[in-house]
Ligand binder design. Structure first.
Ligand code: ADP
Ligand code: MG
Length: 252
């Protein structure tokens, strides 16, 4: 395994009195795709959002344990949360485009972080729209509203917007589930290309998607990490009875 970018140590998360993630410890390797799989309600989203402190946006949530990002605990009170969320970006299930143009959606982050030169912004917009596989479809209407795009295009626009602030880690939560199959394939193809530069953690309840994309797999069940390992091993030679049952479709 390459050096871990994120090391989760004894992480538990509760909503009120209900534990959603129980004592999870796992490493996320650099520039690989790690898929978190498991039945609905098993804690996949909670675990994912804990990796960028986005979980704290939920009222009444409590977090125990550590998430080390390059060795530093992101829950340390001295840590700058804005910086963490910039370096560890999230792509959500449904695209949330900003109510502005296609161009402005991508330029928004870099502009917010102080970049003002038009030429430099133009270059970033083109680069990230290309990386998201959207450039050819929008290059002639960059100043049209983002809302005019199809849902699949909007999801790729959100990917471009996320990439524009130069994150190191991309957290992806069921990012193709609201999309038609062709749009879903386009996002999957982008993720496979992006893993040469980014560390990707992907939540999916679609096993076929995990088989297509994952280098490493985390199998969660009722808040617990049941099994973790290289995708080949987890899919073809699972060590735990619960993993075998899940892969056979005995519960979902
Ligand atoms: P998954 O993504 O695997 O479907 P989640 O992480 O969303 O699972 O949810 C894990 C558990 O936490 C579930 O029992 C769910 O009902 C509960 N849960 C999730 N979000 C909240 C919330 N905002 N408030 C209270 N309970 C929640
Ligand atoms: Mg979820």
């Amino acid at each position: 395994m390459s050096d871990p970018v994120i090391q989760i140590r004894g992480l538990s998360v509760a909503y009120g009195n209900q534990l959603a993630v129980r004592d999870v410890s796992v490493d996320i390797p650099a520039r690989q795709i790690t898929a978190i799989i498991g039945p609905s309600g098993c804690g996949k989203t909670t675990l994912l959002r804990s990796m960028s402190r986005l979980i704290e946006l939920v009222e009444g949530v409590r977090v125990w344990g550590q998430v080390l990002f390059h060795g530093q605990n992101i829950y340390d009170p001295r840590v700058d949360v804005t910086e963490i969320r910039k370096r560890i970006g999230l792509l959500a299930q449904r695209p949330f485009t900003l109510p502005m143009s296609i161009y402005e959606n991508v330029a928004y982050g870099p502009h917010l972080h102080g970049l003002r030169k038009r030429k430099a912004l133009d270059a970033i917009v083109e680069k990230e729209l290309r990386a998201a596989g959207l450039w050819d479809e929008v290059k002639d209407r960059l100043h049209a509203p983002a809302s005019a795009l199809s849902v699949g295009q909007q999801q790729r626009l959100c990917l471009a917007r996320g990439l524009a602030v130069e994150p190191e880690v991309l957290l992806c939560d069921e990012v193709t589930s609201a999309l038609d199959p062709i749009s879903g394939q386009r996002i999957e193809a982008r993720l496979l290309e992006l893993k040469t530069d980014y560390t990707i953690v992907l939540v999916t309840h679609v096993l076929r998607q995990a088989r297509r994309l994952a280098d490493y797999v985390i199998f969660m069940y009722m808040g617990e990490l049941i099994e973790h390992g290289p995708a080949n091993q987890v899919f073809h030679d699972p060590q735990e009875a619960k993993t075998r049952a899940y892969l056979k479709g005995e519960f979902y």
